[in-house]
Design a protein around this ligand. Structure first.
Ligand SMILES: NC(=O)c1ccc[n+]([C@@H]2O[C@H](COP(=O)([O-])OP(=O)(O)OC[C@H]3O[C@@H](n4cnc5c(N)ncnc54)[C@H](O)[C@@H]3O)[C@@H](O)[C@H]2O)c1
Ligand SMILES: O=c1ccn([C@@H]2O[C@H](COP(=O)(O)OP(=O)(O)O[C@H]3OC[C@@H](O)[C@H](O)[C@H]3O)[C@@H](O)[C@H]2O)c(=O)[nH]1
Length: 341
């Protein structure tokens, strides 16, 4: 799918404060990251802060994120942290918005499904309203879950998906689908510069220990000496992307010319039994693997077609699962206080 045709020409953004163009003003790029206290967001903050021309503002309600993820930046002159829920409007001046705010782990997005929908719909409307008011470019972190339980494999961006609209995952899947719709409607109707990333399962240091997603569960279980819980049937597949590759992909998308949607993920595909066996071999060969009940509507297979990301962004992942897992293990050992023998 190519970038969409605009039906109206972009409206010029309002003029910034005259101070911004004054002789003594440092023309820094002001970047808002909603959900920046979370797993992917905090890694994105680290990368954006490396550029001395960037000022980074994080807005987060700390539902699944934490100040701890950002502790090295708190007090830094180019960094600002705001306790804010994106379901409420935010009136600030920025040049770019990375809109990540939304619980991502199934156990957290199902915890309060109505709130998850509000976050995806009202939260995205508020971020788009902000982008419109100040003329900022906005990137949405959508998800491979927009493909639902996919009937086409691997999934290209042109696939419309197979999503249950009334199931327990719908608050997230359909919420993100509406968020994508809103992005394109603001783009066509108001000329807003949009970017949409469809993120596939991402893992790495700083995931919550009890996040509930499969990689963090298996690593924490292996380190605690507990059996690895493979949800049945265990033949379902996922494709896991290391977080540094993900951040690189998101930044290229933001800086490039294509609206997306673009799949960002690692095409290396594993069954959950294969993942459990790999974690067992790398971290704790004496651990058991046990089969447990699954939850409804669990997608049976998922693997990104990243042809478009390669062509349009010149991006492809570099870190293989067997290289990324030990980096995450190191971080989990530190946080759990479990030393390597
Ligand atoms: N990690 C993945 O595998 C994955 C895959 C696909 C899409 N995504 C998307 O990427 C984004 C980040 O995911 P993550 O893995 O870092 O998850 P995360 O749960 O670690 O981070 C989400 C952040 O958003 C914040 N948040 C939630 N609701 C909010 C609200 N109403 N107002 C303000 N802040 C709010 C949380 O406190 C947290 O800091 C999400 O939009 C998610 O849907 C992630
Ligand atoms: O302990 C566990 C946890 C999970 N699983 C299985 O592992 C697979 C992956 O489950 P996860 O909870 O990690 O993540 P899912 O792929 O279901 O959803 C994720 O998709 C992409 C993002 O939008 C979100 O981060 C999340 O919704 C599922 O098949 C699940 O049944 C286990 O076998 N054992």
């Amino acid at each position: 799918m190519a970038s969409s045709d605009k039906q109206t020409s972009p409206k010029p953004p309002p003029s910034p404060s005259p101070l911004r163009n004054s002789k003594f003003c440092q023309s820094n790029m002001r970047i808002l990251i909603s959900g920046g206290a979370g797993f992917i967001g905090s890694h994105l903050v680290d990368k954006l802060m490396e550029n001395e021309k960037n000022e980074v503002i994080v807005a987060d309600n700390y539902f699944t994120g934490s100040k701890d993820n950002l502790k090295k930046w708190i007090g830094h002159p180019r960094f600002e942290l705001i306790r804010h829920d994106v379901t409420e409007p935010l009136l600030i001046e920025v040049d770019q918005i990375y809109h990540l705010a939304c619980p991502a782990s199934p156990i957290f997005y199902k915890y309060n499904p109505v709130k998850t929908i509000k976050t995806n719909v009202i939260g995205t409307l508020n971020m788009l309203g902000l982008a419109k008011r100040v003329g900022a470019r906005i990137l949405l972190t959508s998800t491979s879950e927009v493909y639902g339980d996919p009937l086409i494999h691997p999934q290209p961006e042109s696939y419309w998906g197979n999503v249950n609209p009334i199931g327990v995952r719908s608050c997230y899947d359909e919420g993100k689908r509406v968020a994508e719709t809103l992005m394109f409607d603001y783009h066509r109707q108001h000329g807003i510069e949009i970017r949409i990333a469809r993120i596939f399962n991402t893992y790495g240091p700083r995931m919550n220990i009890d996040d509930g997603r499969v990689v963090s569960n298996f690593i924490a279980q292996a380190l605690r000496g507990e059996a690895l819980t493979v949800q049945k049937p265990g033949t379902q597949t996922r494709s896991f992307c290391y977080v540094s590759d993900m951040v690189d992909g998101l930044m290229r998308l933001m800086e490039g010319d294509d609206t997306g949607p673009i799949n960002i993920g690692n095409p290396g595909e594993f069954t959950m039994v294969e993942l459990a066996e790999t974690v067992k071999e790398l971290i704790n060969p004496s651990i058991e693997i046990k089969m447990v009940e699954n939850t409804p509507d669990d997608p049976r297979q998922r693997k990104p077609d990243i042809t478009k990301a390669k062509e349009v962004l010149g991006w492809e992942p570099k870190v293989k699962l067997r290289e990324g897992l030990p980096l995450m293990e190191e971080d989990f050992r530190l946080r759990l206080g479990v030393h390597k023998n």
